[in-house]
Design a protein. Structure first.
Length: 116
């Protein structure tokens, strides 16, 4: 798994490529925290466009980022998830705490307008 970052205001956009599993989740978590602090972000948008698989370690990584962001008054959202990952989010209850937005540009716009 590789990860790239972009930003829009105080929104950190996390663009993941590959499988989010036990082999990659700890490294991805570390990189996200480092970049989040570096750019002084408030919110995170996870872009799942290029993620085909996620296991429980990935769920844990997402929940961990949610908890840290929430403490700082921020929000977390996901975008561009495929049907398999959507099922994982539904079964794990992640959609109860994290918003899913189908379009990345729509998500960025919602964050910039304070819509979450």
């Amino acid at each position: 798994m590789t990860v790239e970052f972009s930003k829009a205001g105080r929104l950190l956009i996390v663009i993941m490529n590959g499988d989010l599993d036990h082999c990659s989740s700890e490294e991805i978590r570390y990189k996200i925290e480092k970049e989040y602090k570096r750019i002084n972000a408030k919110n995170i948008l996870f872009d799942f466009s290029n993620v085909n698989f996620m296991d429980s370690s990935g769920i844990g990584m997402i929940i961990g980022r949610y908890k840290k962001i929430e403490i700082n008054g921020g929000k977390v959202a996901v975008t561009c998830i495929n049907e398999n990952i959507r099922k994982i989010f539904e079964m794990s209850g992640l959609f109860k705490i994290i918003e899913n937005v189908d379009d990345k540009n729509e998500a960025i716009k919602k964050f910039s307008m304070g819509g979450f």
